[in-house]
Design a protein around this ligand. Structure first.
Ligand code: SF4
Ligand code: SF4
Length: 61
């Protein structure tokens, strides 16, 4: 369970916008093409992904 990077998988469309922009390189798509987080402790919490996700699938706590 993640506490910092919260992904609403039902909203993710697998566009990879967040994967490409994340400076910490901790976002990736799983085998189903849905966004996942590898190591949220490395998140800078600057909300780049939250702002740029077209479906607002990511929230940063
Ligand atoms: S930007 Fe949003 S919709 Fe696109 S892969 Fe990331 S979480 Fe999914
Ligand atoms: S807030 Fe920044 S570092 Fe954290 S997951 Fe989003 S883009 Fe990556």
């Amino acid at each position: 369970m993640n506490n910092i990077v919260i992904i609403n998988t039902g909203l993710c469309i697998g566009c990879e916008v967040c994967v490409d922009l994340c400076p910490a390189r901790i976002l990736y798509l799983d085998d189903d093409g849905i966004c996942c987080v590898s190591d949220e402790s490395r998140c800078d919490r600057l909300r780049g992904c939250e702002r740029q996700c077209p479906t607002r699938a990511i929230k940063i706590n």
